[in-house]
Design a protein. Structure first.
Length: 444
């Protein structure tokens, strides 16, 4: 991977690292690569509610048009909506301007191919190469220059798609939905209401500066309070670009992505719709997920942290369902990327069909206690390659046996070694973490 693209597109502080100049270059290079230089090509462009989106969208659209590609502007929509509309509208690619769950001062630019999937590394690398050599991209003139077209029914198309993936009537359900003052604000309450639910929407009044501010899937505390105070059956919390969802049961208990995957994975297995009887998760998913799914004869495959790695493994092994503890869940039978609203609808369908509360369904998974510790070090590679650390991890894993799990990994951005330990026995859990921290400190 080059210096521009990270694991989820190009990100940075808007107007400092992610400037209009860079957005224009990315637009031109991305349009040229994804269109293959074909005349008449189009690209879908959408965004979340950040103040900087207007600035970056204008620059990005200028770059795309300068490469002779038309822009299909869909406005504020969830990231998965842009992926869906890219396929639906027969575009050469799609672009989302969003930094997901990050603070409002951040922003990002993420590309999708014509298939609606995120770009593979080699395509991102080609775009990045051209960003630094724009002179190699031919510039059309006259009628060859691209135009911007507003897609007036973009929201309607996406809402119709979402509703078409489920067959449930939500009449009688009281739902609180936290829209994170982001891209879900217009869509999520509407979809739920059109399916019959009684909806209380919170954090659904974006002003450009309040996206993710003390709300959404990374700050569900206000949702937990609202579900109890409104006497709702459950609550749903999205992030800024609505590709994630976490839930809250009627008693105010958080139901995270792992628990949602257990509920949906076991349901799909019962329906004979879980491809390969396999669920793909990352190394951060709780051990309780493995045990709950294995009880239903479901295999679990683990990947590195990041939804792109979950998607890669889904495609590689032929599975159709997986995701992350954070609530970024991929249902490949319906879409090509994580979709928080779609996931929420399918979760509600299971609750309705089972005639059980979300609390009862979440209890299918015993959540193992977990401790995360960050240990500062001078040389991450030296510590991670130490035989003494390997021996300590092996010794402590033997101590935990099948009732616990250890993950030791270097931070990708800081001089830290991250330790994650899960175990049924809380006393043993603390002792294992302390032992590993001491070993790493001695090596540091």
């Amino acid at each position: 991977m080059g210096s521009l693209f990270g694991t989820d597109g190009v990100r940075g502080i808007a107007n400092r690292e992610l400037t209009p100049e860079l957005a224009l270059k990315l637009g031109r290079a991305g349009a040229y690569v994804l269109s293959g230089g074909r005349p008449g090509a189009k690209m879908v462009v959408g965004c979340d509610t950040r103040l900087s989106c207007d600035m970056l969208e204008a620059a990005l659209a200028a770059g795309i048009c300068s490469a002779g590609v038309d822009v299909l502007r869909v406005g504020v929509l969830p990231t998965p909506a842009v992926a869906y509309l890219t396929r639906e509208l027969g575009a050469a690619g799609g672009v989302v301007i969003s930094a997901s769950h990050n603070p409002m001062e951040d922003n990002g630019i993420k590309f999708f191919g014509a298939s609606g999937y995120k770009l593979p590394d080699e395509v991102e690398e080609e775009i990045e190469r051209l960003v630094y050599s724009l002179d190699s991209i031919p510039l059309p003139v006259g009628e060859g220059i691209g135009r911007v077209h507003q897609v007036g029914d973009a929201v309607d198309r996406y809402v119709a798609f979402l509703k078409g993936t489920v067959s449930c009537d939500l009449a009688g359900f009281k739902v609180v939905v936290d829209c994170a003052n982001g891209a879900a604000s217009q869509v999520a309450p509407r979809v739920l209401r059109e399916l019959g639910a009684e909806v209380t929407a919170i954090f659904s009044s974006p002003d450009g500066a309040n996206i993710n501010a003390g709300c959404g899937s990374t700050h569900p505390e206000k949702l937990q309070e609202a579900v109890v105070s409104h006497g709702a059956h459950l609550g749903l919390a999205h992030d800024g670009d609505a590709d994630r969802v976490v839930a809250v049961d009627h008693a105010g208990n958080l139901v995270d992505g792992d628990q949602i995957m257990v509920i949906l994975g076991r349901y799909l297995k019962e329906q004979g719709r879980l491809a390969g009887d396999t669920v793909v998760v990352t190394v951060m998913s709780n051990l309780g997920l493995d045990l709950a799914l294995q009880e239903s004869g479901i295999r679990v495959r683990r990947t590195k942290v990041g939804d792109r790695y979950v998607l890669e493994e889904l495609l590689r092994c032929g599975a159709n369902f997986g995701g992350e503890q954070s609530g970024h869940i991929v249902m490949l039978d319906y879409t090509t990327t994580g979709d928080g609203i779609l996931t929420a609808l399918h979760l509600l369908q299971v609750v309705k069909e089972k005639g059980a509360s979300l609390q009862e369904l979440a209890a299918q998974m015993e959540k193992f206690p977990q401790i995360l510790e960050n240990v500062p070090v001078r040389d991450k590679e030296k510590v991670m390659s130490s035989p003494a650390l390997a021996e300590a991890v092996a010794r402590q894993q033997e101590r935990l046996g099948a009732q616990g799990r250890i993950l030791v990994r270097p931070s990708g951005t800081e001089p830290l070694i991250r330790i994650m330990v899960e175990a049924r026995d809380r006393d043993c859990l603390r002792a294992v973490v302390d032992e590993l921290v001491n070993v790493i400190r001695c090596l540091a």
